[in-house]
Design a protein. Structure first.
Length: 439
């Protein structure tokens, strides 16, 4: 069997896409491997969101080049492909910029991979690029297969929000919602092949409006109720939410659907109204807090996470302090924070008042320290409590590792086989990054 290695960079959508690429390539007999040295086919699934992510592509391709060279001496062919948002952003330029790449495939065209590979194998030396395809890729991908107890399921792709810093509307295109029945079938396939928990993915998951059997648009809340009927599916999650797109039905679902986990990723980006406006985010801090309050009323134990950008053009010390203030007000359970990265083609990259790198670095360090303090306090508040934990893997140290309903990592020592099981664990210790539990 030929071996396939995929290095996935970036977001959960890329993680999902990588699993779907692997599913698509099974048709040609490719089997996934964790060992890039033995791979006949090497793929990098790239991210374009920040400059740093894009820079990593060069070094990774260098490594792939060495592997290809070594294998060539052994008389073996190695196919190198670049996938993901960098391909979409660069277009035909991609092959010129990365001479080592044989095939480049944009996020909308993964279903074309088997054909591209077949063509490459037939006419070696011919370099191929596939970008936006007119067909919806989801209709052409084979059945999904769970790779473990937790699975991602993309229900929506693209974004029409056009935040002024973000490349997603350009790389992933405008919003597209998969039909309800397709999503239901894929969820069923994932559960049939071992998934216990499914995370519904979309750049703007709350905007999902997939058509039902009658061709009428349905809502995310309706989808939650529909998927909750799947026997064997124990947990349902969704990400990412745009704060003001959350409907009262979604809030209500958190109250009435036990399978819907009490965790929401609700990126605020900044705690300053002026910066939010410049970011073209269509809410104020108080609008955001109103959403938080409604969610907490529905589920008092709701865990809230966020993304933050520091050093957006024009961000003053006062704006940054406002961000720290919102961090203290919400007391986030988890967070992701980044230095603003000017991306080509985005309106914010043209703003004059760019913030010096040193200030961005300093603000990021202060913010991350504050976020970690909250994360640690949040985790410690569970000491002495009992949580149902879904165990997903055994670590090298022999402990079981899994997730609480609030998406905290939980470790437990146990002689039992807990793989894929939801087990009540008493929390005995906690750090900023994980909890320790006992059976
Ligand atoms: N610079 C820094 N962070 C960014 N993000 C998106 N675009 C940029 C950028 N140009 C962050 C946002 C978003 C997350 C996925 O990435 O916080 O929510
Ligand atoms: Fe990017 Fe904004 Fe769309 Fe999120 S909502 S993907 S940050 S444009």
């Amino acid at each position: 069997m030929p071996k396939l290695f995929i290095n996935t960079m970036g977001c959960q959508m890329n993680v999902y896409d990588s699993t779907r690429m692997a599913d698509a390539l099974k048709v040609l007999g490719y089997e996934l491997t964790d060992n890039q040295e033995e791979a006949d086919f090497l793929i990098i699934n790239t991210c374009h969101i920040r400059e740093k992510a894009t820079d990593k592509v060069f070094s990774e391709l260098g490594r792939f080049g060495q592997i290809k060279e070594r294998r060539q001496k052994e008389g073996k062919d190695t196919l190198i492909a670049l996938a993901g948002c960098v391909v979409q952003a660069l277009g035909d330029e991609v092959l010129r910029r990365y001479p080592i790449v044989d095939i480049a495939v944009g996020p909308q065209s993964y279903h074309e991979l088997p054909e591209l590979v077949t063509r490459w194998l037939r006419h070696k030396g011919q370099r191929l690029v596939a970008q936006f395809s007119s067909d919806a890729k989801f209709d052409h991908l084979p059945k999904a297969q769970a790779k473990g107890p937790t699975a991602f399921l993309a229900i929506q792709e693209g974004c029409d929000h056009f935040c002024s810093y973000c490349v997603v509307p350009y790389t992933r295109g405008c919003e597209y919602s998969r039909p309800l029945e397709d999503v239901r079938q894929e969820a069923q396939q994932l559960v049939d092949t071992g998934a216990v928990e499914i995370t519904l993915l979309g750049q703007n998951v709350d905007c999902w409006h997939g058509k039902d059997k009658k061709g009428q648009p349905s809502t995310l809340a309706e989808l939650f109720y529909e998927l909750s009927k799947i026997e064997g599916l124990k947990r349902l999650r969704y990400t990412t939410s745009y704060p003001t797109d959350i409907t009262k039905e979604v809030v209500e679902a958190h109250k009435s659907l036990p399978k819907l986990m009490p965790y929401i990723h609700l990126p605020i980006q900044s705690g300053s109204d002026a910066i939010l406006k410049a970011m073209n985010r269509h809410y104020t801090v108080e609008d955001y807090m109103c959403v938080v309050q409604k969610l907490k009323e529905a589920r008092p134990d709701m865990a809230i996470s966020s993304d933050f950008i520091v050093g957006f053009p024009g961000e003053t010390d006062k704006d940054f302090e406002d961000t720290l203030a919102i961090v203290d007000r919400v007391a986030y359970a988890q967070s992701f924070s980044f230095k603003y990265s000017a991306r080509p083609g985005t309106p914010a990259s043209l703003l004059r008042d760019q913030i010096p790198e040193a200030i961005k670095t300093e603000r990021l360090a202060i913010l991350q320290k504050r976020l970690l303090q909250h994360q640690k306090a949040y985790n410690k508040s569970y000491i002495g409590k009992t949580l149902p934990v879904l165990l997903t893997e055994k670590t090298k140290k022999g402990q079981w590792l899994g997730y609480s309903p609030y998406l905290q990592n939980v470790h437990v020592e146990s002689p039992d086989d807990l793989y894929g099981k939801i087990v009540d664990l008493r929390i005995t210790d906690a750090t900023a990054s994980s909890l320790t539990g006992q059976q």
